[in-house]
Design a protein around this ligand. Sequence first.
Ligand code: SAM
Length: 290
Amino acid sequence: MNELAEWDIVTGVGITALGVAAGRAMETHREGGLVSDPYAEAFVEAAVPPVPMPTRLDAAEDLGIPWESMANYMGVRSRYFDEYFAAAGEAGIDQVVLLAAGLDVRAYRLDWRPGTVVYELDAPKVLSFKGEVLTEQGATPRSDRRVVAVDLREPWVVPLRDKGFDRTRPSAWLAEGLMPFLPNLAKEQLLGSVTELSTPGSRICIEHVDDVRGMLQEPQFHDMNKRFGIDMEALWPDEPDFGPAEWLSGHGWDVEVIRSADVAEQWGRTLENPDQDPMRSSQFITAVRR
Ligand SMILES: C[S@@+](CC[C@H](N)C(=O)[O-])C[C@H]1O[C@@H](n2cnc3c(N)ncnc32)[C@H](O)[C@@H]1O
């Protein structure tokens, strides 16, 4: 594992997991919120980030960061993937892999089929911070949660299998907030490993943004990252676009793609404002292994 996997929850790519948790905390406290995450606020409070992150919308004004739109987007994306896992459970799948789990607490907050195993893959320091806070909070998982500390740019199949992953049984995978951080070769290897480990009927959901680096040119996204002290330009490899939907279609998966803006509309939300919503062009890709 190289030194980049040494990032923690307030540095490098790790802090992005904290920003997402802040978004989920705001959405949790909001009336009519699309996600209820009981630990998101505790993570933000425990981390003491270098730039304060609000956990309530009324504390988010005047910070020069479009937190409201971020919380809105996190609500839409979290709810969409929550429903994906509910459908996977109804189809009998009880093996789940969160690729770059960050501070995702689905293992604690969703109603899983009895016996469901949830594997959480992420960098070691992100997972240890998460474990400490959840222990302090007295949190009890509603699934058999197993953490796997890995660098997803390197081979991770063996560590996952060592934790008990069973490649003879169907699985449901999620890559939420991950793909832009991986070089194209790692993206391809990741999808190759998922394919190798997925029996027919297995599923994957991926959050994808075409021309993700184009977002860096949007003034409000640029300002937000500057205020945050996050150098997204350095975190997102500058490479030609990689299309997970096309890759999956060509490797034995039936693929469906929906724009997050259309998902938002189903729940009476909007993501279309170019001045507010840098993630408005994102897509949610769902694929089922043939
Ligand atoms: C934006 S956060 C998303 C976390 C989580 N999926 C969520 O939506 O709450 C990105 C996460 O990707 C993880 N990550 C990025 N590159 C990674 C890599 N090469 N190996 C392991 N984890 C990685 C970071 O540590 C961080 O937790």
